[in-house]
Design a protein around this ligand. Structure first.
Ligand SMILES: Nc1ncnc2c1ncn2[C@@H]1O[C@H](COP(=O)(O)OP(=O)(O)OP(=O)(O)O)[C@@H](O)[C@H]1O
Ligand SMILES: [Mg+2]
Length: 500
């Protein structure tokens, strides 16, 4: 077989490829009579010539990673900016592979049309394909196991080489016209990971576990009849790492990120169109949900109106009508019900494998309908820096695992509130600063924050006491006045009685 393959390779190398097309046809027939080998061909395009065959792409990736050591001619491509080039097997090249002790041969080739027609896409006329050759005694192993292995490996390589994207929605005025799209994207290259995220290890592990369960849950979601998506609400003061956590999540799962700017979305139908254009394996993010929409205001208004209504008026149909009317009048744009549909409406399920993340600084201000369990599956609080979180930052910024000042810092962090962003800012070395200087600056910063908090608390206590005093004074004079009035009245009454 090797001899024949060699002869074949020589033939492929030294014959002009226009001639090969003719010769191949006959030589292949001859081979099939003389040799007990089976050949399987995988074409680049499906029969409709519209869609690139998934099998071809997977084989290309598989052979690309396996053939770099053996093939002599390879094609190079840069997939990521700062990573090495990705190599694939060049046309008319052959490599061998061994699977469970069985040797197989892969060759790459292409057919060129007999008559050169004029085409806008000349390269598309060449039909590339991979051919797998193996001995017929191994038919079962190859067709039942090997091919599955190649396709699975190839797809996994594609995921690893995939350039991830960060999308932002375009305003709808830009949706139409030549080459316009609803989403613009850049390459997503945020370096944040769960390792660099300052947070308690236990909490991080819990979130990672939850994400892994979700990403592997295709069958589970299908079994329970739920759309394959999950909602997270990240809340906490500014600078506690909500946005950083979203990047860490995307890096952990290898997902794209859709950063949805709701203020540029005109109405619910635009929101729907945007969502439909998102792809699977993605995180859809709405930052500062409390600022994006006046959801809370809308709801409050309805509740107030409800109080004024008679029971008769409170039926669900008129309520819905009123809501719709309110939406129309306010010219509002994306409404609470639109957003709820976005989260758990029918069409939000199309495609699956999506994570929806909301962030807010004020969780208490959000409408309960928006954050009820089942809608937002997981609520994660990001809070002020604790000692465990500080240790992560010290390792990231100063490569320090321990230091004599850590005791003092732990004590101060327990007594005062500082966000991880502020701690990080203090730890970041300026010019040629030593570690000690950074840690000293942090301690000073914490002491100042503690002192400020103490003063503020004192001032608050004083003003509270003053207010109470004032109210107390007012109350006693009021009581005294009322008492006087009552006594005068009583006296008068008594007088009348006495006089009568
Ligand atoms: N938990 C954290 N772990 C690591 N770095 C953090 C953390 N929190 C904040 N930082 C640092 O502070 C900067 C600001 O954090 P980030 O933007 O994630 O905060 P946020 O909670 O999203 O704030 P906002 O509410 O204002 O959007 C980040 O660039 C990061 O360097
Ligand atoms: Mg943020």
């Amino acid at each position: 077989m090797t001899g024949l393959v060699l002869a074949w390779v020589m033939f492929e190398q030294y014959f002009p490829y226009q001639l090969r097309g003719y010769l191949q046809k006959y030589s292949q027939k001859l081979m099939s009579y003389a040799y007990p080998y089976i050949q399987v061909t995988f074409h680049e395009f499906t029969s409709e010539r519209l869609k690139r065959s998934e099998a071809f792409s997977a084989i290309q990736n598989y052979l690309g990673s396996n053939s770099t050591k053996t093939a002599k001619r390879l094609k190079a491509d840069v997939v990521r900016n700062n990573e090495p080039v990705v190599l694939t097997m060049d046309d008319y090249e052959e490599v061998t592979d061994v699977f469970e002790g069985v040797k197989v041969w892969w060759s790459s080739s292409k057919t060129v049309p007999k008559t050169q027609s004029i085409s806008f896409y000349p390269v598309a006329d060449e039909r590339r394909y991979y051919r797998l050759t193996f001995h017929k005694s191994h038919r079962d192993v190859i067709t039942e196991k090997y091919l599955e292995h190649v396709l699975k490996e190839g797809k996994a390589i594609a995921v690893r080489n995939r350039q991830r994207k960060l999308f932002t929605n375009n305003p709808s005025e830009k949706w139409y016209g030549w080459k316009s799209t609803k989403w613009s994207h850049v390459v997503f290259e945020h370096p944040a990971t769960f390792d660099t995220l300052a947070m308690e290890t236990k909490k991080k592990e819990e979130i990672k576990k939850d994400l892994t369960k979700f990403s592997k849950g295709k069958d589970y979601y299908a079994k329970i009849g739920k759309a394959w998506k999950r909602g997270y609400l990240l809340y906490g003061p500014p600078g506690t790492g909500k946005s950083t956590m979203i990047s860490a999540m995307a890096n952990f799962l290898d997902y794209d990120v859709y950063d949805l700017e709701l203020t540029t979305v005109k109405d619910n139908s635009e929101l729907r169109k945007l969502l439909i254009e998102t792809t699977g394996k993605s995180i859809i993010v709405i930052e500062d949900i409390d600022c994006s929409l006046d959801l809370t205001g809308q709801r409050k208004k309805t509740e107030k109106d409800d109080d004024d209504k008679s029971d008769k008026e409170k039926d669900p149909v008129s309520e819905k009508k009123k809501e719709a009317e309110d939406e129309r009048k306010s010219g509002s744009k994306v409404t609470l019900s639109g957003l709820l549909n976005f989260i758990d409406g029918l069409w939000s399920a199309c495609g699956g494998e999506r994570i929806i993340v909301f962030t807010t600084n004020y969780v208490d201000k959000l409408d309960p309908a928006l954050i009820r369990r089942g809608r937002m599956d997981k609520h994660i609080e990001l809070s002020y820096c604790c000692f465990e979180a500080f240790k992560v930052l010290a390792k990231n910024y100063l490569e320090l695992k321990s230091h004599e000042t850590f005791g003092k810092i732990e004590e101060l962090l327990g007594e005062t509130k500082m966000t991880p962003a502020d701690v990080a800012e203090n730890l970041m070395p300026r010019s040629d600063e030593e570690d000690e200087e950074c840690l000293k600056r942090l301690i000073e910063g914490l002491e100042t924050a503690k002192e400020e908090a103490r003063k503020k608390a004192e001032e608050e206590a004083v003003s509270k006491a003053e207010k109470a005093d004032k109210e107390g004074g007012e109350t006693s004079s009021q009581v005294a006045k009322e008492n006087c009035e009552i006594s005068a009245e009583e006296a008068k009454e008594n007088g009348v009685i006495a006089g009568g």
